[in-house]
Ligand binder design. Structure first.
Ligand code: ADP
Length: 274
């Protein structure tokens, strides 16, 4: 399922003295199966944009197409449920949304709400706990008795239990230590590769975008100012500087390496250490 934004604008509190234009004329195409990073400074419109990707916000100008569904500014949309089921959003600090008595109940909540039979919801929860590297006995515990890193994994399991085909990640590693960061990013990478999940990563980490994505878009003052291949985008330091962004370390290393070799490398060479 592709997602396409065409000339999308969004204003908070439209028509009031508090009106705030957060998206301006955004054109963006997120292809099925891609790993698309959306980067930009705080306040550039990233979170507003991602809330359009499953119609939590509807455009005040232009249109958003999610698969066969078209959401146009000012028009009502009948049934958003199938789309919401297909698109899982891991919000910032998702552990803050845990609420149930046990981890098992918390993970099963979404699927049960969408009519998945109890046995199937429970099966998904058990598989996910293992996939996400959580101890088996975690299922009967209260989510509030877990460590911060474990709570985040439980919250992610709750999103994955819906079996979405598109996963939207809003700064998924915020607040984690470097090891926790890497583990979570590797987990999403594995899901992307093994399950073919379309992954949309909203981040201000150029390093993560360079390492994991195959497409990058840059948001600046509510506009999508650049979109393209990570090598092209990150290789153009002058253009990045216009938006007060610096090329990620990994790209700078590669440039130095290429200068030594005397010829350009076709792909970004990324290793665990970088
Ligand atoms: P980012 O995720 O890149 O930090 P946001 O999408 O959160 O950017 O914000 C874009 C702009 O919209 C900012 O100027 C922000 O202050 C404003 N904004 C965000 N949420 C609201 C809101 N609920 N009401 C009014 N303005 C908002």
């Amino acid at each position: 399922m592709d997602i396409q934004l065409q000339q999308v604008g969004y204003s908070y509190s439209k028509g009031t003295p508090f009106e705030k234009r957060a998206l301006v004329d955004v054109n963006l195409h997120i292809k099925s199966g891609s790993y698309h990073a959306i980067i930009g400074h705080t306040g550039s419109g990233k979170s507003t944009l991602l809330q359009h990707l499953n119609a939590l916000l509807k455009p005040t100008e232009g249109e958003v197409r999610i698969g066969d569904l078209t959401i146009q500014a000012g028009k009502r949309v009948k049934n958003l449920k199938p789309v919401r089921q297909q698109i899982g959003i891991v919000f910032q600090f998702p552990e803050q949304q845990l609420f149930d008595e046990t981890v098992l109940k918390d993970i099963m909540f979404g699927p049960l709400n969408y009519g998945v039979p109890k046995e199937e919801a429970e099966r998904r929860a058990r598989v996910l706990v293992e996939q996400l590297g959580l101890p088996k006995d975690v299922l009967d515990k209260s989510p509030f008795d877990l460590s911060g890193g474990q709570m985040r994994r439980v919250a992610i399991a709750g999103v994955l239990a819906m079996e979405p085909s598109i996963l939207v990640l809003d700064e998924p590693t915020a607040g984690l230590d470097p090891r926790g960061r890497q583990e979570i990013m590797e987990l999403f990478h594995k899901l992307h590769v093994e399950k073919g999940l379309t992954t949309i990563l909203v981040t201000h980490s150029m390093e993560d975008a360079a390492r994991y994505s195959d497409r990058v878009s840059i948001m600046h003052h509510g506009r999508c100012v650049l979109s393209g291949d990570p090598i092209e985008i990150f290789g153009n330091e002058e253009r990045l500087a216009e938006f007060q962004l610096a090329a990620p370390r990994v790209v700078r290393f590669q440039r130095e390496f290429e200068a030594l070799l005397g010829y350009p490398l076709a792909k970004l060479c990324l290793t665990e250490e970088q």
